[in-house]
Design a binder for this molecule. Structure first.
Ligand code: DQA
Length: 151
């Protein structure tokens, strides 16, 4: 029998405020509602998705360090996207296929959001598709098992 695909899903700072925080930009759904959609999709596909939200850069790095054995990481680093070389280095060090996801289109907003310190060490980036970006990232990981050449 094939091994069950395991994905680590990390929501970074301020994403616990979804639903209340700038709904015109980030949408009306709470993080719990988004996570339920992710978990329903995971169940449909017969895969495991472990989900964490933290406001701490240190915690994100520690979770990435413990990600050995996962088939992929889906990460919304929030504002750490634009500043965190430490998260970037953790992803590079672990070598696990990682997809950066943003709810909003970071290229259509303030200039400081147009730069990602994280994207260069990710297999790809999904931005501006709302919560559905998480589903697309997971679908990619299921189909490719982290290898772009496999699809
Ligand atoms: C975000 C975009 C970031 O610029 C911002 O700091 C966030 C959310 C997004 O999902 O669109 O916190 O990552």
């Amino acid at each position: 029998m094939n091994k069950k695909v395991r994905i680590l899903m990390l929501h970074g700072p301020n994403l616990n405020l979804l639903g209340k925080r700038l709904p015109d930009i980030y949408g009306p759904m709470s993080l719990d509602e988004i996570n339920n959609c992710i978990l329903n999709y995971a169940q449909e596909k017969g895969i495991q998705v472990d989900i964490h939200q933290t406001n701490s850069e240190t915690m994100i790095i520690d979770l990435i360090h413990k990600a050995q054995g996962y088939d992929g990481i889906v990460l919304n680093p929030g504002a750490y996207t634009h500043t965190s070389y430490a998260i970037r280095d953790a992803i590079e060090a672990m070598g696990i296929c990682t997809i950066e996801v943003h709810l909003s289109n970071i290229y259509a907003r303030e200039p400081f959001r147009k730069k990602s310190a994280i994207a260069p060490v990710c297999i790809g980036q999904i931005t501006g598709l709302g919560w559905y970006g998480y589903i697309l990232a997971i679908a990619f990981l299921i189909n490719s098992q982290g290898d772009k050449d496999a699809i």
